[in-house]
Design a protein. Structure first.
Length: 459
């Protein structure tokens, strides 16, 4: 079953060679830069169970995951390995590990008396704990440097610290650690591992994957080259593919917004952000929107914010493509009726949009902005400022992140600043400019919109 051409050295082994090397490396500090979804966290769970369950085990294990869901999934993998290895283990469920800060962990206890504690990303949960550390998706934590600073002292009296992650930008502390190893003499004595998607495929990953998938799954028909192209085609853009699957950190020096800055403003995986706007208006919500106009190649994007205190919370992101203006209006006009203020891209096709919107809703509730170089600069910097001040909340979606990363700031020979973005299948940074227009709309203040119930459905 399956068309994989590369057969693992030992087809019956539970682990591929790169996974085995990681498991068998007992260094005090070890770090893995990796592609997504190649089984490293799964292999790490095996190693954690093995060393915690053995007779005479000395240390508990403290695992930091990206979020609560990942923390639960890691402990589920540990339970699975305990069963496979026929080890006595007791699931203690969710336990409080820090009463003061109300922090909890999912706990698995072994007959050795030692435990694996799997927690979400709050660095404070690591404080004061002795024993081994597993810091999973390290670069995706809100503050990787702080997490290292708090977790590292916990292995003073023994145990190891394992760091596992894909990259998140060249300025991230994760990449700083890797560069220390490769370029600055490895002062921390870190054992460094690296597995790209290509490395995994060369080691037999596709063979293993096809063995675990249903016989009618589309991946069964692929060889390694076809699977590589299949994964690449699903990524938001080339930068995302290089970073997520080939261990090449995105260049934060060329992009206007760094990955760490973007991620610090993103909603958590378990946070609900998309709301019923009619209900929000009935409760008195202050709503603002930005609309970037597109027609054929580019998207029309409407970004809706709710202002709570001095923080803008994203409540809807509507993306329309290859739709006529009348059909787009059927979607967007009812939503604009709920907004206190909307800012519209008044460039090219946007001129007709802006004129019609002001005629329908009034010039005080609809502002039209022509995208000159100066206007783009005046729109872009407040977005960055709001992110730095933690006054902006946005959803995590690969397409949104790719759009935010696509915007670059270029200084011309004359000393002028230009904001540019290459056009791709993902658009032309349309989501970024819709967001920026929404931030601008909110900065103009509430104009006293009156809520009028309307019969419509959001798409």
């Amino acid at each position: 079953m399956g068309n994989a051409k590369v057969i693992p050295v030992n087809p019956k082994s539970l682990f591929l060679p790169a996974q085995e090397r990681w498991i068998k490396d007992h260094s005090r500090l070890k770090l893995m830069e990796k592609s997504r979804q190649i089984g490293i966290s799964w292999a790490t769970a095996y190693a954690a169970v093995e060393r915690t369950a053995m007779a005479g085990a000395k240390w508990d294990q403290w695992v930091s995951s990206r979020d609560d869901l990942q923390a639960r999934l890691f402990i589920e993998d540990c339970k699975m390995w305990a069963k496979v290895l026929d080890l006595a283990a007791r699931d203690l469920g969710e336990k409080v590990v820090d009463e003061k800060n109300k922090l909890t962990a999912y706990v698995l206890e072994f007959s050795s008396g030692k435990r694996i504690h799997s927690m979400s990303s709050n660095p404070d949960a690591q404080a004061g704990k002795r024993g081994g550390r597993v810091l999973d998706e390290f670069a995706l934590h809100p503050d990787p440097r702080k997490l290292w600073s708090i977790a590292y002292p916990g292995i003073t009296w023994g145990g190891s610290m394992e760091i596992i992650s894909t990259h998140r930008g060249s300025h991230n502390f994760f990449n700083h650690l890797i560069r220390e190893v490769r370029e600055h003499g490895n002062p921390k004595n870190i054992s460094l591992h690296r597995i790209t998607l290509q490395d995994a495929l060369d080691g037999g990953f596709l063979y293993k994957l096809q063995k675990s998938l249903p016989s009618d799954h589309e991946v069964q028909a692929m060889d390694e080259a076809a699977y590589f192209d299949f994964i690449k085609s699903g990524c938001a853009d080339e930068e995302s593919f290089q970073q997520e699957y080939l261990c090449q950190p995105a260049d934060d020096d060329s992009a206007f917004l760094e990955y760490d800055l973007i991620s610090s403003c993103e909603y958590g995986a378990d946070e609900s952000w998309d709301v019923d706007l009619e209900q929000a208006k009935r409760r008195g919500a202050k709503l603002f929107a930005g609309i970037d106009i597109g027609r054929k190649k580019d998207l029309t994007v409407m970004w809706v914010f709710e202002l709570l205190g001095d923080v803008l919370y994203t409540r809807k992101v509507i993306e329309l493509k290859a739709m006529t203006k009348p059909n787009q209006e059927k979607v967007l006009w009812p939503i604009m009726a709920l907004m206190d203020r909307t800012c519209i891209d008044y460039t090219g096709l946007g001129i007709g949009w802006g004129d019609d919107a002001q005629a329908k809703f009034g010039q005080y509730r609809v502002e039209c902005l022509t995208f000159t170089g100066r206007v783009k600069e005046e729109l872009a910097y407040p977005v960055r400022g709001a992110m730095e001040d933690k006054k902006l909340r946005i959803p995590y979606k690969p397409e949104i992140r790719a759009d935010l990363r696509a915007v670059t700031k270029v200084t011309t020979a004359a000393g002028n600043t230009r904001f540019t973005a290459e056009r791709s299948e993902n658009g032309h940074a349309d989501r970024f400019w819709a967001l920026a227009l929404g931030v601008h709309a909110a900065s103009s203040g509430v104009m006293g919109a009156v809520y009028t119930p309307m019969n419509f459905r959001f798409l």
